[in-house]
Design a protein around this ligand. Structure first.
Ligand code: 26W
Length: 821
């Protein structure tokens, strides 16, 4: 049997090699004389893609044959990250490819580093969409992702003299070996113009006569599931000019105008907006949104109509999930197509429509809620504005009836209206989503409750059954298996299988080893290896040497005042001053710490950029102070992205999850960190609440105001800082860390209007930090807390989240390609 097996593996190995060599020769047109690492990466990627295409085709054929309901996950962002390792892990081929490549003279791990990291998203929302696709494929759900193929992803962040500098991310400069261009799958998308009315059998009919056309071309990205043959599709749209439209201008000799129109068309999908949580309000952004909604709805309808049928069946075959309000125009777009193109009567179209859509909210920050000015809407999408008015007309009638006898009737209507009577008048996209969907969900229990009781309270009163919770999750394939080999090997060894990757709750059974010294030592060693890998990365990227016997205390996420990187920075200053004030003997007894912060600031977000500068300035002082040496280091990790996250997260001892209670909808890095053995230093916010439920509050460091206390505390946001904190404020204001001219405004805003309660949470924060030090000194206790956390994270696999969406929102059944027996 062994011989047979060996022969089989070997044949598999030579098949891999043959396919790589064929791609080198015929696809890349290279020979062994110019076969370098990058061409080896490309050829390897293409050979993997061949396999993906096979299973992708089989999957799509099966979905079509079975004709079960499909879910379409619409998201303006997908933070895919690198694909090679993920594909190999999911196909179960990582070891075979490693062996095959070794003989060709390349190390697989080095090839991984050749891949660009497609950053087609800003942060949590985009990465969540990608984790969801991984789980949808793994659980064999008939699902599609739809989004935009931006030419430029999220900017590359450079740190120059402590400041963030944004560089363009033209990720397509090299060929993208994963995507499949579908020039045959394209749709026209229209903008502008006017609406014509006519009467037909006593019914008013509308016809949109647009003034601009662009084409949407499909680019397909295969998404393989883990331990299944199913491979689903992420379809990203690129905009290109149409030929017919400017034919006229060409004919009239207006050559330059014609070219200009064409460039304008290409412009739509050229760049991802780097704003996280504040709407840009720009025309191009609305164009992007409509562009991808319009193409997607056409694609979905075409697939539905392949089998001729009744429109009433549409909601039995199609579920569309709106990832935040960015794809909200899909709602009036579907209505427009049903009514104007297919001639359905309004009420009939409406009944179909709201059953199809469901909406996920990702933030309670009021300034993040999208609103589009009526003026812009009318200019770009005149027919859609009419439809929104019509939805609102019917809805306001119902609300008016329901509250007919309520003295606050008009207030309530004003609050629930899809139109805000402000200057300028706007369309409220969240209200459109709530009214046009059959389900609305938040992304963690606390957040979903806030939606019901605060942000959307009136809607919850009106539609009590619409509101749900779907606590976020992350995929253990990328976030444990791909990013933490030592821990994965440990799980494989003690669980004697890899089935924990399909059911993360299985790791809990390893709690039986919590007193087993060998197991604990191996777990500790795994963490140590990850810390050393990160230290090497930091030395290479930042030129700073960090001690790996120190506690690694890490905060990586978008820079935002509500997330409170400033609170973390103040703690660093506090710790530095405390160390400075100590005798040499006392210093020697302190826990060593390396503080690390990573994350991008939106280019226009001045306060966030100042926080980056402050942290770098603290680093300049602390890292060069001979009194401090290895006792404390402060490192800003540049260009935080999915691929660096995979190195950073597994190395953390402590993870900072310190947003003001009630501000972070869920957080997902908190899950990744704890799965990888970091302990939470955090507030009772977002999914922290549920993580602490499962891993135990005694295994976390929880501090700060609880959500029910926040409103009251905010009323005293001008209160004095207290002596110890004031000293830190003064240090920044007098220039101990960086130029006070630029940085003191950060402090002044905390002194006068401390919206995010930095002052009132500061003292309980430093107390918890002291507790973390004390615990760290007891390495056995720390290790137990870390292990207990990692083993109890089963609930936070995105597989659990997706099953809940499928059962409770989409009413979706899986469709699995049978495995060969
Ligand atoms: C229109 C501007 C804009 C852009 C992005 C507004 C809002 C957003 C998102 C809502 C920002 C975002 O990424 N939210 C994050 O979503 C994650 C996934 O659910 C959560 O874990 C984070 O807590 C939430 O901040």
């Amino acid at each position: 049997l062994w011989e047979l097996m060996a022969e089989y593996i070997d044949s598999e190995k030579s098949t891999i090699q043959k396919s790589i060599v064929a791609h080198v020769e015929y696809t890349l047109a290279r020979t062994r004389f110019n076969f370098d690492k990058n061409s080896c990466f490309k050829a390897t990627a293409l050979s993997i893609r061949d396999r993906l295409i096979e299973s992708w085709n089989d999957t799509q054929q099966l979905f079509t044959a079975e004709d079960k309901k499909r879910v379409y996950y619409m998201s303006i962002e997908f933070l895919i990250g690198r694909s090679m390792q993920n594909a190999l892990v999911n196909l179960g081929l990582e070891d075979k490819y490693r062996e095959a490549l070794e003989e060709v003279g390349y190390k697989l791990e080095e090839l991984y580093d050749e891949e660009v990291d497609p950053g087609l998203g800003n942060g949590g929302l985009g990465r969540l969409a990608s984790c969801f696709l991984d789980s949808l494929a793994t659980l064999d759900y008939p699902a599609w992702g739809y989004g935009i193929r931006y030419d430029y992803g999220i900017f590359r962040q450079m740190i120059v003299k402590g400041y963030q500098v944004e560089m363009p991310d033209y990720w397509l400069a090299q060929m993208n070996p994963w995507e499949i261009e579908r020039s045959d799958v394209s749709y026209d998308v229209y903008f502008g113009g006017r609406v014509e009315k006519r009467w037909e059998n006593g019914v008013e009919k509308s016809n949109w006569i647009p003034s601009e056309t662009v084409k949407a071309v499909a680019y397909d990205n295969p998404i393989p599931g883990y331990d299944t043959f199913n491979t689903i599709n992420l379809r990203l749209w690129k905009s290109i000019p149409t030929n017919e439209f400017d034919f006229q201008s060409f004919n009239q000799g207006d050559y330059f105008r014609a070219i200009e129109t064409r460039q304008k068309a290409e412009y739509i999908t050229s760049v991802l907006y780097p704003n996280d949580s504040t709407p840009s309000g720009k025309e191009l952004r609305l164009r992007q949104q409509y562009f991808f909604c319009c193409a997607t709805i056409q694609d979905v309808i075409r697939r539905f109509l392949k089998k001729s049928r009744d429109w009433e069946e549409f909601p039995d075959k199609v579920a569309i999930q709106l990832n935040d309000t960015h794809p909200a125009i899909s709602i009036p777009e579907l209505l427009r197509v049903l009514v104007d193109k297919y001639g359905l009567e309004w009420q009939r179209a409406w009944n179909i429509c709201y059953k199809v859509f469901s909406y996920t909210n990702h933030t309670v920050m009021p300034e993040a809620l999208e609103k589009w000015s009526i003026e812009l809407f009318e200019r770009l999408l005149p027919r859609h504005l009419e439809i929104i008015y019509l939805i609102n007309f019917h809805f306001m009638n119902q609300v008016g009836q329901r509250y007919a006898n309520d003295p606050k009737k008009f207030d309530i209507m004003g609050y629930m209206s899809l139109i805000e009577e402000s200057r300028p008048k706007t369309v409220r996209m969240a209200n459109l989503c709530i009214v046009g969907s059959h389900a609305v969900n938040g992304v963690a229990a606390l957040h979903s409750n806030l939606l019901k009781t605060q942000l959307f309270a009136r809607f919850h009163e009106y539609f009590p059954n619409k509101f749900q919770n779907k606590t976020n999750g992350v995929t253990p394939r990328r976030w444990i298996k791909c990013s933490n080999k030592p821990l994965s090997d440990l799980y494989q060894k003690y669980l004697e299988s890899n089935s924990w990757l399909s059911d993360l709750t299985e790791t809990k059974s390893l709690m039986r080893f919590i007193d087993n010294e060998e197991f604990k030592e191996e777990f500790r060693l795994a963490k140590q290896q990850n810390k050393e890998r990160l230290a090497r990365w930091i030395e290479k990227e930042c030129g700073i040497r960090v001690p790996t016997d120190a506690m690694f205390d890490i905060m990586v996420k978008r820079i935002h005042e509500y997330k409170r990187q400033n609170l973390f920075a103040l703690y660093m200053i506090h710790r530095y001053f405390t160390l400075k004030a100590m005798s040499v003997d006392d210093r020697a007894k302190q826990v060593k710490r390396v503080f690390m912060v990573g994350g991008k600031a939106a280019p226009g977000y001045i306060a966030a950029k100042k926080i980056i500068k402050l942290i770098n300035s603290i680093g300049d002082v602390v890292n060069n102070d001979p009194d401090i040496g290895d006792l404390m280091k402060v490192v800003f990790l540049p260009n935080y992205c999915v691929s660096s996250a995979q190195i950073i997260i597994p190395a953390a001892d402590l993870t900072e999850q310190i947003s003001t209670a009630g501000t972070e909808a869920s957080g997902t890095s908190n899950m990744k960190f704890v799965m990888n053995g970091a302990i939470i230093m955090g507030t009772m916010d977002g999914a922290n609440v549920e993580i602490v439920e499962d891993v135990g509050i005694q295994n976390s460091f929880i501090f700060g105001a609880r959500v029910h206390e926040v409103d009251k505390l905010r009323q005293h946001s001008g209160q004095p800082a207290g002596t110890r904190l004031q000293k830190l404020f003064d240090a920044v204001k007098n220039g101990t860390f960086g130029n006070p001219k630029e940085l003191s405004s950060l402090i002044e805003s905390l002194e006068h209007n401390d919206v995010y309660l930095v002052k009132s949470d500061f003292y309980s924060y430093i107390e918890k930090q002291a507790e973390a030090d004390a615990t760290y000194k007891n390495q056995d206790q720390w290790l137990r807390m870390s292990i207990t956390g990692a083993l109890n994270m089963g609930r936070f696999s995105s597989d659990r989240t997706i099953k809940e969406y499928a059962d409770e929102i989409w009413d979706l059944e899986s469709v699995e390609i049978p495995k060969p027996s």
